[in-house]
Design a protein around this ligand. Structure first.
Ligand SMILES: Cc1cc2nc3c(=O)[nH]c(=O)nc-3n(C[C@H](O)[C@H](O)[C@H](O)COP(=O)(O)OP(=O)(O)OC[C@H]3O[C@@H](n4cnc5c(N)ncnc54)[C@H](O)[C@@H]3O)c2cc1C
Length: 484
């Protein structure tokens, strides 16, 4: 027989101490959603089952003890660290779940300069680790826009990617070793070694699991020398995305690795670069690293762009100013809430990727279909996108859409605007050979997966759950029906 809500809370208090088990209703409400439901949050309407408790974990042993208890009693849990998730990964439709809050596991354990790696507990905010490293002349190279909010556990669990990814890669390229706790309470430690080649890489059962397979308690990442004095900035305006994609491709194919390589369309560009975009697309690069490398990268970029005389160079100071205001902390989140209340205007993003041949087609088809087929296209106030992570064989496209909510309850907002817009993006991308890669975790995007390659990622996760989480206690997010 399943335990009552009261019995769950009581037992949790015995395991971790009463002061670590939070049952305040307001806290539970906030913990039933993430920023996927920001409209609902702002209006204080919480329709999902409230968790039985939020447990503030103090150490790995507590994580293990709590998970073993939940597993034995088939109680669902939602792992959480920084709460900056935007894709529904912090939601569950299961009643009486327990939120496992790792934000107090917040010690930087080791900064190992000789081996160029840093170890931190899951609740260390990336900004805290990064600032400690910078003070010593090093960097993680990881810089998602949510750097002040997101914590190491969540970053690894969502396969996060940062703004300097074209040089440093995404979190999966940075993680060296990990500690994680599996549902039966087993603590697994994956060593910090430069390479392993004995079969499939065990790190990848943990990286990107979105709290569906195990609880990440500790992370070791590579570190790099921090040399901001060598940073070089380049910005250009151009009149179409195709030329921009061609330039990004040439830069990558010729072997240059700028840390920032971004291409904005006119709509998105005008939001960030009002003062110079002038209704055009914007192309941005940053070269960094050792002086000679930064210079060579910068010179290579300038040579490549010069082959496209339609690109007009802008003052590099303008790009540097943009660079200095990249991140979102609590102040911007609060300002956004006020703005949404006032205007009923909300912005969301969805990220996809495609190879060089298909990316411009994906971009054009998505924009065309939304403009022409989305039934509430008149309510859209901004529709555009940018490419921000480039690879040797292709790049990403980050669709950005703002709409005014008209005649809607918070749930209807999701059904009327949010999900149909995502559906178009996903359908069009898959049709043209691209992939969903939403770096915030794939969460809600499962709603639009088909039973092809994309759907199969869901089936792989389900299959892994049979091995690692046979009682199904780890949250798999809000699973929507898979369309055939
Ligand atoms: C303004 C803004 C900008 C953003 N920009 C970026 C960006 O540039 N790049 C990017 O990648 N993301 C970005 N995000 C998304 C978000 O910051 C990332 O997904 C981040 O990795 C989440 O970290 P977190 O600590 O806040 O995790 P949470 O929000 O707490 O959790 C995220 C997911 O990970 C799981 N999880 C959390 N902790 C653990 C754990 N210890 N063990 C197992 N599973 C766990 C949760 O169950 C959930 O599914 C942005 C978000 C916001 C609000």
């Amino acid at each position: 027989m399943s335990l009552t809500r009261e019995a769950i809370v009581e037992k949790l208090k015995q395991i971790v101490g009463s002061e670590r088990v939070i049952t305040d209703e307001k806290v539970l409400q906030k913990n039933s959603i993430d920023r996927f439901r920001k409209y609902a949050d702002i209006h204080g309407i919480f329709t999902l089952p409230l968790p039985a408790a939020v447990v503030k974990l103090a150490n790995t042993q507590q994580v293990s003890d709590v998970l073993a208890f939940l597993n034995k009693n088939h109680i669902n849990c939602v792992p959480r660290t920084g709460s900056s998730a935007t894709e529904g990964g912090l939601e569950t439709v299961v009643a009486n779940s327990v939120v496992l809050d790792g934000s107090e596991l917040n010690q930087v354990i080791n900064i190992d300069i000789e081996n160029m790696q840093a170890t931190a507990q899951c609740g260390v905010a990336l900004e805290v680790l990064e600032n400690k490293l910078r003070a010593k002349g090093y960097t993680t190279g990881h810089s998602p826009q949510s750097k002040p909010l997101a914590q190491m556990g969540g970053l690894v669990a969502t396969r996060s990617i940062g703004q300097f990814s074209t040089l440093y890669g995404a979190i999966e390229d940075m993680v060296v070793g990990l500690e994680a706790v599996f549902p039966d309470g087993t603590v697994t430690r994956i060593k910090n070694v430069p390479r392993r080649a004995a079969g499939p890489d065990i790190r990848h059962v943990i990286i990107g699991n979105e709290g569906a397979l195990c609880y990440i308690t500790e992370v070791t990442v590579k570190i790099f020398k921090y040399m901001p004095e060598n940073n070089l900035f380049y910005g250009y305006i151009l009149d179409n995305m195709k030329t921009g994609f061609d330039i990004l491709r040439e830069v990558m194919v010729e072997g240059y690795r700028p840390s920032i390589a971004r291409l904005y369309d006119a709509e998105d560009g005008s939001q960030h670069f009002t003062h110079f975009a002038d209704g055009q697309c914007v192309l941005i690069f940053m070269a960094e690293g050792a002086k000679e490398i930064a210079r060579a990268t910068g010179n290579g970029i300038e040579t490549i762009v010069a082959r496209h005389p339609e690109c007009k160079k802008v003052d590099s100071k303008l790009i540097e100013t943009w660079f200095n205001n990249l991140n979102w902390g609590p102040d911007k989140v609060a300002a956004e809430r006020v703005q949404i209340m006032k205007t009923k205007n909300m912005g969301f993003t969805t990220e996809v990727s495609g190879d060089w041949r298909s990316i411009n087609k994906i971009y054009e088809s998505v924009i065309h279909r939304i403009r022409n087929e989305f039934p509430h296209a008149d309510d859209i106030t901004m529709l555009g996108g940018h490419s921000s992570h480039s690879y040797i064989n292709g790049t990403n496209m980050y669709f950005v859409y703002d709409y005014n909510v008209v005649d809607c309850s918070p749930q209807e907002e999701i059904d009327k605007y949010h999900n149909p817009l995502n559906k178009i993006i996903v359908e069009e991308t898959i049709k043209l050979g691209g992939s969903m890669v939403h770096h915030h975790g794939i969460g809600k995007h499962r709603v639009h997966w088909t039973k092809d390659e994309h759907g199969s990622a869901y089936y792989i996760l389900k299959a892994l759950k049979e091995v690692y989480d046979p009682n199904g206690i780890m949250n798999i997010g809000t699973i929507y029906p898979i369309e055939s």
